[in-house]
Design a protein around this ligand. Structure first.
Ligand SMILES: CC(C)(COP(=O)(O)OP(=O)(O)OC[C@H]1O[C@@H](n2cnc3c(N)ncnc32)[C@H](O)[C@@H]1OP(=O)(O)O)[C@@H](O)C(=O)NCCC(=O)NCCS
Length: 176
């Protein structure tokens, strides 16, 4: 059994390892999984994200973690915390975000994992966490609601003006 930073009943949270690259880059190259993101990612871009997240963890004690399915040890995807500084009414802030492989969708896993991640955020001293998604991303917004976040407002994401199909975005907040 791997060592996890924290866990939920079905999920374990950890930093990134080279062995994650095949699954993570396949996820990031899947147009359905990436529908509400700017673009799909190359294998090199996925590797760079993994390295960057481990650096964020070293500095902050949090990042968008690698998430394992505890029963099998498979990589489910990513779920975690990161700082956001793009121009908006609610930034700078710490946000919670998620991206899971399709075979794990609609089993309550993101909601379960996000609740555990908010407990971790509180434990390391964070006072509030935000989350945002394209307003059309119903599944992601549903996760925000299920973990007790409240809707703040819709906004135009200034760094994604070249992606009109993603606009507007919706931002949610929770006080820990
Ligand atoms: C968003 C995501 C992580 C949710 O993961 P998940 O494990 O399926 O989430 P949960 O099962 O905890 O909850 C999903 C909820 O959305 C609902 N849902 C899922 N797809 C939906 C859809 N197309 N329309 C409406 N509701 C939908 C589910 O019914 C469930 O709500 P319920 O429990 O009230 O029935 C997953 O869909 C994903 O990885 N999507 C692609 C990446 C992405 O868009 N990430 C977010 C970017 S902001």
């Amino acid at each position: 059994m791997k060592k996890y930073l924290f866990s939920s009943p079905r999920l374990g949270f950890r930093t990134w390892e080279d062995a994650d690259l095949d699954t993570f880059s396949a996820m990031n190259a899947d147009p359905e999984i990436m529908l509400f993101f700017e673009k799909i990612l190359t294998r090199e871009e996925s590797k760079a994200k993994m390295d960057q997240m481990n650096q964020v963890f070293e500095k902050e004690g949090f990042c968008y973690f690698a998430v394992d399915y505890l029963q099998t040890g498979e990589l489910v995807g990513t779920l975690g915390l990161n700082r956001k500084n793009f121009p908006a009414s609610f930034t700078p802030c710490v946000d919670i975000g998620w991206r899971f492989d399709k075979k794990f969708w609609n089993q309550g896993l993101a909601s379960e994992g996000a609740a555990a991640c908010l407990d971790y955020a509180k434990k390391i001293g964070l006072k509030e966490v935000y989350s945002y998604a394209s307003s059309a991303n119903t599944a992601s917004r549903r996760v925000m609601e299920k973990i007790g976040m409240w809707f703040l407002e819709e906004f135009e994401h200034q760094e994604l003006l070249h992606c009109p199909q993603l606009q507007p975005f919706s931002v949610y907040k929770i006080v820990l």
